[in-house]
Ligand binder design. Structure first.
Ligand SMILES: CC(=O)N[C@H]1[C@@H](OP(=O)(O)OP(=O)(O)OC[C@H]2O[C@@H](n3ccc(=O)[nH]c3=O)[C@H](O)[C@@H]2O)O[C@H](CO)[C@@H](O)[C@@H]1O[C@H](C)C(=O)N[C@@H](C)C(=O)N[C@H](CCC(=O)O)C(=O)O
Ligand SMILES: Nc1ncnc2c1ncn2[C@@H]1O[C@H](COP(=O)(O)OP(=O)(O)OP(=O)(O)O)[C@@H](O)[C@H]1O
Ligand SMILES: N[C@H](CCC[C@H](N)C(=O)O)C(=O)O
Ligand SMILES: [Mg+2]
Length: 490
């Protein structure tokens, strides 16, 4: 493609060299640059891509988009067959997404694209929308923490929101695969790093905001600002659907040009819900006055379902049809996944791996139990991850459990017993009387099932959809759900 077409959507401040060149690909990682590529120098969190311009040229870059044109010694400029052309822009990260979009002929323009942001619930909402629209007969794409999909074709991921090069490639593959709709999680990191630049959204959904990722954003205010920017940038043709019950919900809509919509369980809203009855098979609720039986548990899932309903209706779907499909949706892999024991107690596998998520899930369980039945929680914390959360997670779990079993969750390169010790540090003597430490996760789950009686609940938290236990760089097959089903079979 001609360079001119790729830089057409950019606010170009200066061009040095001959811009009349053919480009064979776009990269922001110098290590992946090939002959004839456009290299975009992005300032990162660890290093500055500008430091790799020379290396990109050595690999054959034909053009460089950057914020500062470097002074390179003449001999280095001769390394490639012809001198590269430099395009100076104000913001390289923003330029990267826009030129990638141009490279793929703006795939998101040909998709009805909805982004979901917020601390918790993104995977659940995006996945349920994906499943709902497929059930309605459409071809759909999904970008989520668990896995990316192009209408049923799974593409593994290790990000919630992929890097721009991968992201735009996936959008193009969705269009090629005939997708009409795409639903994606928009992480705060991706907004801050402008990974989503160049995408044209038809809608945005906000779930909630609790303390998270402060290692990256430093303050809650910065974290909130990152989320809000997603809504600030939505076009007037899109909808912005927010949780009116979250204290940051309306803040998100303050400066958006998009059509403002709200969902709520507490106040007047465009999409108003009310929980009628909860049990472990599901929740009966009212959605805009219509009764619906869903297979989801917990107040937080009632919010997720309202967001799904609101988005589908905002995309023009018939409310009656939406409710019918909604009642047919199942829980997302590893999110509040219930498994009934033949002895009359319930096991729940959930991905809660932060203090807040643990509290939400345990509160959801107590809402259903309503004082009847005990709660036995099995939980661990990941190795080589935030150590600060370990004592807090143990404390939160202890507060809301009758029996706590601390165990291993991906110890990685740490000693599992040391991680458990860090968790124990959050507990007092009274908590400890109700706590067991069982390093072997299989044994911990087994013990929980031995302690449970009819009417009780076992929560196995932290791994959710994960089907491995990562120890010293090796992923050993391990699946909480399989473990429970095996025990129940015998
Ligand atoms: C802290 C963080 O978010 N980092 C992300 C960021 O990388 P970075 O800014 O650190 O990049 P950098 O290493 O400083 O490099 C800057 C630039 O120089 C380039 N470079 C670098 C070296 C070189 O030799 N040549 C070269 O050209 C790099 O390609 C890059 O363009 O941009 C990269 C490309 O988009 C991401 O892959 C990377 O994610 C890292 C691996 C990561 O772990 N991120 C996590 C924290 C994350 O993003 N999580 C969120 C939310 C998770 C959730 O709660 O669900 C997610 O969306 O997944
Ligand atoms: N609306 C919600 N409010 C609060 N907690 C929720 C909500 N939805 C899900 N949760 C709980 O939070 C955890 C994460 O849920 P989910 O994977 O849907 O969120 P996410 O925003 O994608 O998270 P992540 O950033 O880790 O990918 C789960 O343990 C789930 O039980
Ligand atoms: N994907 C996230 C959460 C993993 C949750 C838990 N199972 C762990 O390993 O800490 C991570 O890698 O930090
Ligand atoms: Mg997610």
């Amino acid at each position: 493609m001609e360079l001119k077409e790729l830089i057409h959507p950019l606010e170009v401040l200066e061009v040095v060299g001959n811009a009349d060149v053919e480009i064979s690909g776009i990269q922001s990682d110098s290590r992946k640059v090939e002959k004839g590529f456009l290299f975009v120098a992005v300032r990162g969190t660890a290093v500055d891509g500008h430091a790799y311009i020379q290396s990109a040229i050595e690999k054959g870059a034909a053009a460089i988009v950057c914020e500062e044109i470097p002074v390179l010694p003449d001999e280095n400029m001769q390394v490639s067959e012809s001198k590269p052309v430099f395009i100076r822009v104000k913001d390289s990260a923003d330029a990267l997404g826009k030129s990638l979009s141009a490279w793929y002929e703006n795939p998101s323009d040909n998709l009805i694209l909805v982004g979901v942001t917020g601390t918790n619930g993104k995977t659940t909402i995006a996945t349920l929308l994906y499943e709902m629209f497929r059930k309605m007969g459409h071809k759909v794409g999904l970008l989520s923490t668990v896995c990316n999909y192009i209408d049923g074709e799974a593409i593994p991921t290790d990000h919630t929101t992929p890097d721009p090069v991968t992201l735009h490639n996936l959008m193009a593959r969705m269009v090629d695969g005939g997708c009409e709709y795409a639903f994606m999680e928009v992480s705060s990191h991706s907004i801050d790093q402008k990974r989503i630049s160049g995408l044209s959204f038809n809608g945005g959904i906000f779930t909630n905001l609790t303390r998270d990722h402060l290692d990256y954003h430093k303050t809650v205010e910065n974290y909130l600002k990152a989320k809000k920017k997603f809504f600030d940038d939505l076009p007037a043709s899109a909808f912005a659907l927010t949780n009116a019950d979250d204290k940051s919900g309306l803040v998100m809509l303050q400066n958006t040009a998009a059509k403002k919509l709200t969902y709520s369980l507490r106040t007047l809203a465009d999409f108003k819900g009310k929980i009628l009855e909860s049990h472990f098979e599901g929740t009966e609720m009212l959605v805009n006055g219509r009764e619906v039986m869903t297979r989801f548990v917990g107040r937080f899932n009632a919010y997720n379902l309202l967001a799904v309903y609101g988005a589908a209706v905002s995309l023009g779907k018939d409310p009656e049809e939406v409710l019918v499909v909604l009642s047919d949706l199942h829980s997302v892999s590893g999110r509040f996944q219930t498994i009934q024991s033949p002895l009359g107690y319930t096991a729940i596998v959930d991905y809660a791996h932060t203090p807040d998520a643990l509290t939400n899930v345990l509160s959801g369980i107590h809402e259903v139990l309503d004082g009847n039945g005990r709660v036995i929680t099995v939980v661990g914390c990941g190795g080589n991850r935030d150590k600060g959360k370990r004592p807090i997670m143990a404390k939160e779990a202890a507060k809301l459990s009758d029996q706590l079993i601390l165990t291993s969750d991906n110890p990685r390169f740490e000693e599992p017993d040391e991680i458990i010790k860090d968790m124990v540090a959050g507990l007092n003597a009274a908590d400890m009387e109700r706590t067991l430490c069982i390093t072997d996760r299989a044994q911990a789950i087994k013990t929980a099932t031995m302690l449970a009686r009819k009417g009780d609940v076992i929560l196995v938290a932290g791994k959710g959809h994960e089907d491995y236990q990562e120890v010293k760089g090796v992923k050993h097959h391990f699946d909480d759900r399989e473990q429970l089903k095996e025990i129940f079979k015998s």
